[in-house]
Design a protein around this ligand. Sequence first.
Ligand code: PLP
Length: 450
Amino acid sequence: MTTNETLARNDVAYQFHSYTNAPRLREEGPCIMARGNGIHVYDTEGKEYIEGMSGLWSVAVGFSEPRLAEAARRQMECLPFYHTFSQKSNVPSIELAEKLIGLTGGRMAQAFFTNSGSEANDTIVKMVWYYNNALGRPAKKKIIARKRGYHGVTVASASLTGLEGNHRSFDLPLPQIRHARCPHWYREGLPGETETAFADRLAAELEALILEEGPDTVAAFIGEPVMGAGGVVVPPATYWPKMQAVCRKYDVLVIADEVITGFGRTGKMFASELYGIEPDFMTLSKQLTSSYLPLAAVLMNERVASVLARHSGELGTFGHGYTASGHPVAAAVALENIRVIEERGLVANAAAAGAVLQRRLRELADHPLVGEVRGVGLIAAVELVADKAARTPFDPLGKAGAQVVRRAQDNGLILRGIQDSLAFCPPLIITEPQVETLADRFAQSLEEAA
Ligand code: PLP
């Protein structure tokens, strides 16, 4: 048996995989990656792929950036671990918190660190509840999320997630969570409705939901500025300002989950800037360290931070925190990663290379299989349909998308099929000629699968 066959056999035998159909894995085996360089990854047989999804929407600076490895090594040799409990701290976590607050232009006031985006959103749910208890409003606890939104997989964050697969058979969502309509005009817009009218309708629906539940019971609204795992949904331009105005009217906190959109993905440092969102909480992860190490951050504004701080004094402590909150090695890698993003102008590159990606994908809009092409900056999706005029999805849903993903993988391009939407989210270092190659490989794969 070759080394590869042994690895594949052991993977199937000993590892329970995330988001995987276990019998299919047993039948077809895994694709095992051995190394990465720049925008490319290489499997154990040496085949090269363009990582069109940056791993999991996350490797901003590309694979195997030596500056991040060096930052980790330096911190490991100096102080490999220290925590942030009980008035202790460590230097990289302080520097990173200061840096993140600076990047928001001071709109946010403080950072709390976790290991994953799920834990960060879970933490925000607890902070929202703590906040309203501190203000003497124990009934104000419901959180409105959105259908097709993705916020993670812990009990609370999976409840926020608006995807059936994260609830079914897990006894979720929690009773405090509601889900509003997804802002996907192509799928949810009424015949003849403009994008602006669609956004107005969604804001009216949010207001109706808050009134139906009772404003005294609704604590927060959470959304990704651009939805990622739900199929890359770019909302109408007026959607966020309208939704935010409704939230403000009823004293409902606004949570911007920028786990995918943060650090340049849309051509701005944060997508909140793109849409005029002024969040009370922000969730950051993934491109924060380019996922070289697990790290996420909850940012909160002064209004929230001051209440949480006061209440911790009243209760004697803020009874929440992870062993690895503010892990110094992860924080040092995040700081170096942000320096690389800034020094190499990767936010501007996301805008420039992103324009090429958006143009090339839109050239496929007339293809008989293509229902919609959507995206902004270096995040995009192409949705396949069985009937273009009627926008009819394929039956079974996801089969056509899976075929294109397989063809693309054979052609050296890794994509993600979200039902029949093909998602694109390449590393922010991608050059314009590399975007052309990526688009050529996709167009060829689409033709082969058609
Ligand atoms: N929020 C968003 C917007 C995400 O895309 C993700 C992961 O894809 C999460 C939260 C959860 O992050 P993690 O997988 O690190 O728990």
